[in-house]
Design a protein around this ligand. Structure first.
Ligand code: ADP
Ligand code: MG
Ligand code: ZN
Length: 610
């Protein structure tokens, strides 16, 4: 048995993806490796396949409990003996795993890093034939990453305490040079083979939207994707509660996840989502690391995250099965304020110099994130630039590539707005409310405006021809460019120092406005109709998968991934040999599932033909 046999017979795949083969070959030669691949790139089999070929056992160190359970379940479904030890198990269950370990039952054992400290485990480990230690989500060892877990620092001492040094393999999706070096140093990798694959995820469509009201936008986006599984990330617990409620009130099967809920409820909600009992998860960034749900077809960010790394990681939870998926970020300039406030609160107990340095990096990362939200260039390109990967100037599959931007000159409009702010301020002697400002500009007959004498200002009604929305967009743009300060708490606006450049020195102001091209939807329809028959069959196979998953009490993707069902609907196998040709069908799954699926396909062909 070699790596290709394991790939085919256990996992049911015919070829390796980029980077996998080199990583696996190196590990099998006894070399340490560092594998950097995007989320969904296929890191797991890079240690699972060698684990099957090594004599002894492979320890997989992984930060989250939920990941272990899912992975062990998925391995079980392809007949690979694996187990996990973490705090969710009872003492009895742990004792059983220990006994099995001593009897050499498992090829793979998942553990949380905290477990390395337990005397019982360290003692047991010294007597186990450990061939490899695989560190998943290895960026958790780095303070410079955004998921630092101090318990990861224990891994090195643990490895050093083993009688024989195993192969050490580290995997992460975080690609910054700093984090990369940190992993290599902290884990003391010996002359590792580094494999860094492309970071592009061509099946993901990126989009940034700046809606007037985000809540309306979320509801609209989710409603249009009712039958699909999705995640909505919010920055705060309060927003999670609000949006989850809004979706539920509108008949959407949504659930929620944040640090304020009890462990039990979090666990329950997560399972409901993973098992497709609820279609939408509304969550803070506490949700998701290690969630191995492969059929998430969109990730919406209600707020801008703190860094592009964090964004790409969270958004990357869409489309892990390789199917088309969407990553939509709802941006508002006020997100910057929220982000800055959040950064102020995350200093911890560093020394003053360290704190300064950390703050500087935090703000650098935030600035880079804002640049992503504001760019009118290819969004995918913007992300790949961040990871230092060369790319084509346009991708044709992101919000910006699919939009024609018109750069409007709004210098005159800006001058009108800015001077109106100045006049109102001079007249009133206190801060100018933005709602009032817009009314004055549009010449509203509002009683208060008349009572305050604002209708006598020379700027009263000078922008009557512009809609409220247009004026608000221009205000946002002026705030973005720093000509005005918006106080979000009091909804007031004030001129900044640089406003005079526009008012008196003729500095030009431009604004990009989107011209959405011909409905993209029509195109999709045509694509679908070409393939009506396999789409119809696909739906039937999905239903069958759902009922099998329910019966066996496993998540649907543990039966088959969407990508496998799509390939099956396309190939329409009618016998076992043909069934084994479907991507993602190995021996164990063929034995388990060929019968019901072949029956469904044959019945379909009998009725409708190929
Ligand atoms: P990562 O840990 O890098 O985020 P996973 O290991 O969870 O990614 O893999 C993501 C998906 O890709 C899984 O559904 C997995 O079965 C699938 N996959 C991995 N390798 C291959 C391959 N060589 N061919 C087809 N699918 C693959
Ligand atoms: Mg993974
Ligand atoms: Zn693009």
């Amino acid at each position: 048995m070699n790596q290709y046999d394991v790939l085919k017979q256990y996992f049911g795949y015919t070829s390796f993806r980029g980077g996998q083969e080199q990583l696996i070959d190196s590990v099998l030669e006894g070399r340490d490796v560092l594998g950097i691949m995007p989320t969904g790139g296929g890191k797991s089999i890079c240690y699972q396949i060698p684990a099957m070929l090594f004599e002894g056992i492979t320890l997989v160190i992984s930060p989250l409990i939920s990941l272990m359970k899912d992975q062990v379940m998925a391995l079980g479904s392809v007949n690979i003996a694996a187990a996990y030890i973490n705090s969710s198990l009872t003492a009895e269950q742990i004792a059983r795993v220990y006994r099995n370990l001593q009897n050499g039952v498992y090829k793979i054992l998942y553990i949380a890093p905290e477990r390395l400290d337990s005397y019982g485990f360290a003692e047991l480990a010294r007597h186990l034939p450990i061939s490899m230690v695989a560190v998943d989500e290895a960026h958790c060892i780095s303070q410079w990453g955004n998921d630092f877990r101090p318990s990861y620092l224990r891994i090195t001492a643990f490895i050093a305490s083993l009688p024989r040094r195993p192969v050490v393999a580290a995997f992460t999706a975080t690609a910054t040079e700093q984090v990369r070096l940190d992993i290599e140093q902290k884990l003391r990798l010996c002359n590792p083979v580094r494999v860094i694959t492309g970071f592009d995820r061509p099946n993901l469509k990126f989009e940034v939207i700046t809606p007037r009201r985000k809540a309306d936008a979320v509801l609209e986006l989710v409603s249009a994707r009712r039958d699909k599984s999705g995640i909505v990330y919010c920055m705060t617990r309060a927003n999670v509660e609000k949006i989850c409620e809004l979706l539920q009130e509108n008949g959407i099967a949504a659930t929620r996840y944040h640090a304020g809920l009890s462990d039990r409820e979090r666990q329950q909600n997560q399972e409901d989502f993973v098992y497709d009992r609820q279609t939408v998860m509304v969550a803070t960034n506490a949700f998701g690391m290690g969630i191995d749900k492969s059929n998430v077809s969109y990730v919406i960010h209600y707020n801008m995250p703190l860094s592009l790394e964090a964004y790409y990681q969270e958004a990357g939870r869409a489309g892990r099965d390789g199917e088309k998926a969407e990553c939509i970020l709802l941006y508002a300039p006020s997100d910057i304020m929220t982000a800055k406030t959040l950064l102020e609160h995350t200093e911890g107990n560093a020394s003053p110099e360290q704190a300064d340095e950390l703050r500087r990096r935090d703000h650098e990362r935030l600035d880079r994130m804002v640049a992503y939200c504001r760019t009118t260039n290819c969004l995918r390109g913007n992300i790949l630039d961040y990871f230092g990967q060369p790319h084509a100037p346009t991708c044709g599959n992101c919000g910006n590539c699919l939009t024609t931007f018109m750069h409007k000159d709004i210098t005159v409009e800006s001058q009108k707005i800015l001077s109106c702010i100045k006049r109102m301020r001079d007249h009133l002697g206190y801060s100018v409310g933005s709602v009032m400002l817009v009314r004055v500009l549009r010449g509203s007959k509002d009683k208060r405006i008349v009572a305050l004498g604002l209708d006598a200002l020379s700027t009263y009604g000078i922008m009557a021809e512009n809609s409220r929305q247009e004026l608000n967009e221009m205000l946002d743009r002026l705030a973005e460019l720093g000509y005005i300060y918006k106080n979000t708490a009091y909804a007031t606006v004030a001129l900044s120092e640089t406003a005079r450049n526009v008012l008196f020195d003729g500095e030009r102001v431009t604004m990009a406005s989107k011209e959405v091209p011909q409905k993209a939807r029509k195109k999709k329809r045509r694509g679908e109709s070409q393939n009506d028959s396999s789409r119809d069959l696909y739906e039937r196979l999905r239903k069958l998968r759902f009922s099998l998953a329910l019966e066996q009490n496993v998540p649907a993707y543990v039966v088959f991934s969407n990508a496998t069902l799509a390939d099956m609907a396309d190939k329409k196998p009618t016998d076992l040999d043909a069934f084994m040709e479907v991507s993602g069908v190995g021996r164990a799954k063929a034995a388990l599932y060929s019968e019901p699926f072949l029956a469904e396909i044959n019945a379909y062909i009998d009725r409708y033909g190929e």
